[in-house]
Design a binder for this molecule. Structure first.
Ligand SMILES: *Cc1c(COP(=O)(O)O)cnc(C)c1O
Length: 389
């Protein structure tokens, strides 16, 4: 059977150049990068090369990169790190209602521990108004954390403008760039950010490794204590194999960014056009233009998203409903709810995210099988029958 992977926002396969370099490193280098002898120095050399490559991807310098166990830990370190180090100055945090759970739940945790959190709304395309950020700022605001682009609907936020507002007020600004780095240009100086989260497995690197960019001069309290690795920001012997893979993935992402941007965007636009041509009562969630090039998120009226995912899976097509993280909890997506989408539309949502594995004929195949699946599921649905009547 054909197999078409349309879930690149959940994770990506290792790039062949990444797995081959990781293989070489894994077989030959085992030293602890903190050791002073030649074994340690060799491991450190590889790790520092990777650090430079990750820094290059986002216009940072190598000393500003702290390796973590992934995007989730980078988000936790940023938010808890600022909260712990600045709680004397204030206890107010500003974020949005459409953040990834790694940010949202960390903020909710702090709200239970005596911090105050403002969750900003979004418009119907998922965009945060910088004016709302400005108005939410108080004397005791210590952190603003707003994602660069949303993982479900692909909406790109006005980070540059929000960063400028934060800077004018002397407030630390964090952005979760897990979905954008390597997909669209990301430069920490253009974006005016102090802290920025990255994850390797979303850019054809290995799982279980990521990084937090920490602007020079910004102080954070660590959340893991011990051997003082990563300039004391993240104790624990580094995941050297993962880091080496992350470095290679970052290098390739930067090298191929323009080409992959236009290639996935062309395929994505073909998919969107085809679906609108062939299927009635469908909507595209998120913004039409301020959007990641590889993201499409649809709502099919009168269809249950999960049923659609399972039917697609039987035809070898992998897509997702909501985000990978929340789809197991069977909660309706907090992102689609924040757009003000009525329940019947949220229910019928499916995300398709393209990437390196996809070709033109993948899209043709999806457009061939999807209309029949939607029609069949609608024929069982009282809601859809009501619409047709
Ligand atoms: C995937 C993702 C994360 C979590 O990254 P992990 O490396 O899987 O922990 C955080 N934020 C966003 C926006 C993501 O898409």
């Amino acid at each position: 059977m054909r197999s078409v992977y349309l879930d690149h926002a959940a994770t990506t396969p290792l790039h062949p150049e990444v797995s081959s370099l990781m293989g070489e490193f894994m077989r030959e280098i085992f030293g602890n990068p903190s050791s002073l002898h030649s074994f340690g120095r060799e491991a450190r050399k590889w790790m520092e090369e990777a650090r430079q490559k990750v820094a290059n991807l986002i216009g940072a310098s190598a000393e500003e990169i702290v390796f973590t166990s992934g995007g989730t830990e980078a988000d936790n370190l940023a938010i808890l790190g600022v909260a712990l180090s600045r709680s004397e100055k204030g206890r107010h945090i500003i974020t949005s209602s459409i953040e990834h759970h790694a940010v949202l739940d960390t903020c909710k945790f702090l709200a239970k521990k005596g911090f105050e959190v403002t969750f900003l709304p979004v418009d119907r395309y998922g965009i945060i108004d910088p004016d709302d950020v400005r108005k939410a700022i108080r004397k005791d605001t210590i952190l603003i954390t707003i994602m660069h682009a949303n993982n479900e609907i692909g909406t790109i936020e006005p980070i540059e403008e929000i960063g400028k507002i934060a800077r004018d007020h002397g407030i630390i600004f964090h952005t979760d760039a897990v979905q954008t780095a390597g997909k669209i240009p990301v430069d920490v100086n253009t974006l005016n950010v102090d802290l920025l989260s990255l994850s390797a497995h979303k850019i054809y690197g290995p799982k279980g490794v990521g990084a937090l960019y920490v602007r020079k001069g910004v102080r954070l309290e660590p959340i893991l204590h011990g051997g003082g690795q990563e300039r004391k920001y993240r104790s624990g012997t580094e995941n050297t194999i993962g880091i080496v893979g992350f470095g290679k993935a970052a290098e390739i992402a930067a090298r191929d960014l323009d080409q992959e941007f236009s290639r996935t965007k062309r395929l994505r636009d073909k998919l969107i056009r085809g679906i609108f041509e062939k299927i009635p009562d469908v909507r595209l969630n998120g913004h039409l233009k301020q959007r990641l090039p590889h993201n499409a998120n649809f709502s099919f009226f009168g269809v249950e998203g999960e049923s659609l995912i399972l039917s697609l899976d039987l035809q070898g097509i992998a897509a997702s409903s909501g985000s990978a993280c929340s789809s197991r909890s069977l909660q309706p997506s907090h992102v689609l709810a924040a757009l003000g989408l009525p329940y019947e539309w949220i229910h019928g949502s499916v995300r398709m995210t393209l990437g390196r594995t996809n070709t033109e004929s993948d899209i043709d195949y999806v457009l061939e099988v999807l209309p029949d699946i939607v029609a069949r599921l609608r024929s069982f649905s009282p809601l859809a029958r009501k619409l047709q009547a």
